[in-house]
Design a protein around this ligand. Structure first.
Ligand code: TYC
Length: 112
């Protein structure tokens, strides 16, 4: 890897000290991704879970039904993968909506 340390404050005239600092990160970090996970429970109605998946994760009926049944049978399933802030917002939206409807549905984040 090439390291241009020291070159970054060099002015157009070859002066070592003055000029515009143009240093950029050598290896830009892409924002890390997070899985939004849905957890199974014994009380939340299947129809409600399907509605949540359609409403907050933009799934169609077929997709939402498939994910809901996967969670029902396996205990946990992935609703989607997003940058942290979006994933966190989705989790909060799902939990708030479930609470408003008095369902114990749980949703959580995991680093992808
Ligand atoms: N297990 C629930 C039932 O039998 C359905 C369910 C599916 C609940 C997925 C939560 O994330 C869930 N009514």
């Amino acid at each position: 890897m090439r390291c241009a340390e020291g070159d970054d404050t060099r002015g157009p005239g070859g002066d070592d000290q003055i000029g515009i600092a143009t240093k950029t990160r050598a290896k830009p970090k892409k924002p890390s991704q997070f899985k939004v996970l849905m957890l199974n429970d014994d009380y939340t109605p299947m129809e409600f879970v399907v509605m949540v998946l359609k409403r907050f994760f933009h799934m169609d009926l077929e997709q939402a039904t498939r994910v809901m049944l996967h969670v029902h049978q396996r205990g946990v399933g992935v609703c989607g993968v997003y940058p942290y802030e979006i994933a966190e917002t989705k989790v909060n939206q799902v939990m708030d909506f479930a609470r408003q409807n008095q369902h114990p549905l749980q949703c959580t984040l995991e680093k992808a």
